[in-house]
Design a protein around this ligand. Sequence first.
Ligand code: T1G
Length: 686
Amino acid sequence: MPVKTRREGTTAHVTLDVPPVNAIGRETRQGLIDALDWVEAEPGLERVILAGAGRAFAAGADAREFDGPALAPHLPEVVARIEACHVPWIAAVHGAALGGGCELALACRYRIATPDASIGLPEVTLGVVPGAGGTQRLPRLVGLKPALEMIATGKPVSGETALALRLVDELAEEPVFAAEEVNHELLSTMVAVGDLPGPAGDDEALAAAREAARRRMRGQIAPLRAIDLIEMSITEPLAEAQAVEREIFLKLRTGAQAKALRHIFFAERAARAPDWLRDTVPAEISRAVVVGGGTMGAGIAYAFLNAGIFVDLIETDAEGVARAQGNVDKIIAASLKRGLIDEAAAAKRRAALSVTQDYAIAREADMAIEAAFESMAVKQEVFGRLEAEMRPDTLLATNTSYLDVNEIAAVLGDPSRLVGLHFFAPAHIMKLLEIVRGDATSDAALATGFALARRLRKLPVLAGVCDGFIGNRILARYREAADTVMLEGSTPWEIDAAMVAFGYAMGPYEAQDLSGLDIAFANRRRQDATRDPNRRYIPIADRMVNEGRLGKKVGVGWYRYPGGGGKVMDPLIEDLVREEARFAKVDRRAFEPGEIQERLVLAMINEATRILEEGIAQTAADIDVVTVAGYGFPRWRGGLMHYADTLGPKAVLKRVEAFAQEDPVAWKPSGLLRRLVDAGKTFADP
Ligand code: T1G
């Protein structure tokens, strides 16, 4: 039964019970209608308390229903009946009251929440607008500006903030008990939210909200539609405005952006240990060694400290120890400054960290991860020392972003202990974690890696061993395609602008300036010995490094950064590129943004199909999680392979074959791409 009802004296309890988070599907809506019928037939009731079983009030409409037709009874009908019910309803909120869950609470006469509840209308993050009156009731209750902030960004508020906004009437650690105590007279005087007057107009706030939505959620339709609806709440009667809201919701729900955002939402939740690991018991990790206290090592250490894991950070010498301690302290101070932790939590983290040169401390550890210099010799030496000290059943992990995990494992007496845990900088913030399975990696090591990812609240994606695993291998093709377009006629800023127009927050060249051109340079040098001599090589990025243009950190890269400030175009780059084009005997031509986007994205898609074909990635959805969570692919396009499916394998193959006429090596279509077309399958098909 998705909705449970019981009577206690003059109180009716209506409880949503759809594990794990009370998503509101058709059966739940019908259950609420049945509960309303029951309440309206029961004599002598004075209040109805609406609550959620388990860890949430209600996570909102069941988004899995959005691909099909809207099924009666519809949520607006449920909301309207609750609001019109002759017995006042009280929402007793704990955990999440989001989307339709929040709209149910807005239909109630009175709202009580726990201080740490999460209340909001995040529909735009799924590419839709609230569809059960949220854009009309929330502004009536909290005013125009708070409603604009909450709905157009989709950000929920805590119970504490909700009280300050008057979104809830009371805070309580036990909302249901508090609901039983609400004064009956008070309850009977509460006005239905839908009967409140519309909010005062504020053209400045509306303009600011639209400008923010265009900037922060560029290319997305739902936020701007939501603002239009909120603006209607100022002047239009509820019924008329809600009809428009419902129409817009139904239209967006089946649109490309909503499908893409729903896809990535569920793909991220499917990013977990593969089924075949289900019966493998992961090791318990309470103490971890991190070798290397640079940016990555300190970030990894802090991610562990955040998860309540004790960390022994090992560095090579006293200077390294001091630097590592400083790096972790900087992160703690930044978290304090941003209000992510309080002083007590900061002290707890400091107390759970030790920084040392002494590998003997590894004897106490349940696992070790190295974030040492990206050199095979250095990493092998580190693992040799760790293995000598650690218990034989403990996990050994490498954070390498490129090096061969099998070669690293080769120095171990027991290579089955080794797994790649590829974090992304900043490691305590970026959610993506590539879990790299070496030839010898045991199921136990993998299971522990996935369990650790869950504990660190990361998005784990299983990757096979190859140069760059999943994300960096696709990134290398993206950059190669960009350099090719640049040599043949474009500029870094034209290419960046094209990819920003596609939906990236920043283009490939600005991104390189931020990360530093020397990292990729070092990787290209490492690949020199094995690079395909028949593959066209664009030397421009090498020349940049050789001329000291390492990126923002030195004030000049693909752009100049006068005074360490923002990027400015540098005419010298155009001369440099023209000269390299002359050396390469290339007749340059102009490239339109659309063609730049197509070449760079298709290059990534073609490489991604190779990654799937080789089993380096398990599914197309995994590649979507990697590209969105780790490489800035526009979330509202669903990820690289979801986007590829909007084009279709047939269209992708046709264009890749056209480009292959120019360069048969770089644009060789993968076998999988051809097979999908022949079979009439999509990239998402298993
Ligand atoms: N629909 C369907 N399934 C959902 C769901 C939803 N709205 N929310 C969560 N799940 C599933 C999720 O896929 C996972 O499944 C499990 O629940 C636990 O989720 C009409 C139109 C509530 C903060 O956008 O933000 O209402 O993997 O792993 O980390 O106006 O889930 O176990 O099989 O995320 O504790 C608006 C979406 C919908 C909220 C809990 N609501 N959900 O986080 O658990 S549109 C949202 C969340 C709408 C109305 C409109 C989070 C959470 P599985 P989880 P969590």
